[in-house]
Design a protein around this ligand. Structure first.
Ligand SMILES: [Zn+2]
Length: 245
């Protein structure tokens, strides 16, 4: 009992089986790599059979005069988790976006390096995914591309708390607001897609911001160092999907 109390008092505590719905080990290379995800578990079959999979190369845009995404971010990051696949920042309840006539609540944001989506075949050093859920359970992800330039203050605060090992998490010691990781300009691309990790569920509303945000080279390097490997699923066939702008 004493030992448990001691470990609870430390900054990092083990994530007790919280992140993996399945025990199947998947990753980004080898036998557990993206080309095998669909066969690793029956629950992952959409990774192989889906026709609206993410990520994609964004190209061939259709002009649609998209409404602005109405961001009502009021919350703060609560904890940062290294789940072995990404660095994920969980968020307090109550921050929402309104788009396509629905309200979606921000649940978490996390990162990929290099970017998962590409724009006109251009890959970016890092991509952030801001994951939102509506009351009916449907998901909306806002994607943000990060280019190398000035250091990002929000990323700086998150990285300071970033656990070095998979399966660890840390409470956020300093206030991190998700909006500090978003671009100033509101233009975006919209399309239907999926989760980019198993089980690759479809029906996800994707919005990738047109304007990128800068992070320093050191910030990209620090993320890659903690992940030990690229954590981007390769781009998937676009098939019949339109990409609106
Ligand atoms: Zn993601």
């Amino acid at each position: 009992m004493k030992k448990a109390c001691v470990s609870m008092a430390t900054a990092f505590v083990l994530v007790a089986g919280s992140s993996l719905a399945s025990d199947v080990q998947w990753g980004y290379s080898g036998d557990g790599g993206p080309e095998h995800w669909g066969k690793l578990d029956p629950a992952f079959e959409m990774c192989a059979k889906g026709v609206n999979q993410s990520p994609i190369n964004l190209t061939g845009f259709i002009e649609a005069e998209l409404e602005p995404i109405a961001f009502h971010y009021t919350g703060l990051a609560t904890e940062v988790v290294n789940n072995g696949h990404t660095i994920q920042v969980n968020y307090t309840a109550g921050s929402t976006i309104q788009v396509v006539g629905k309200t979606f609540e921000l649940k978490q944001f996390h990162f990929h390096s290099p970017s998962e989506n590409t724009i006109n075949n251009e890959s970016f050093p890092m991509e952030g995914h801001f994951v939102h859920a509506a009351q009916d359970g449907s998901l909306a992800v806002v994607g943000v591309m990060y280019t190398v330039g000035d250091e990002n203050e929000g990323i700086k605060k998150v990285w300071k708390q970033m656990p070095a090992k998979g399966g660890e998490k840390a409470a956020m010691a300093s206030q991190v607001k998700a909006e500090t990781l978003l671009p100033q300009e509101q233009g975006y691309y919209r399309f239907n897609g999926s989760l980019t990790t198993p089980p690759c569920s479809e029906g996800v509303l994707w919005m990738v911001m047109k304007q990128s945000v800068t992070v320093s080279k050191e910030q990209v390097d620090a993320f890659v160092h903690v992940m030990h490997h690229p954590n981007n699923r390769p781009v998937q066939p676009l098939n019949a999907r339109p990409i609106l702008q």
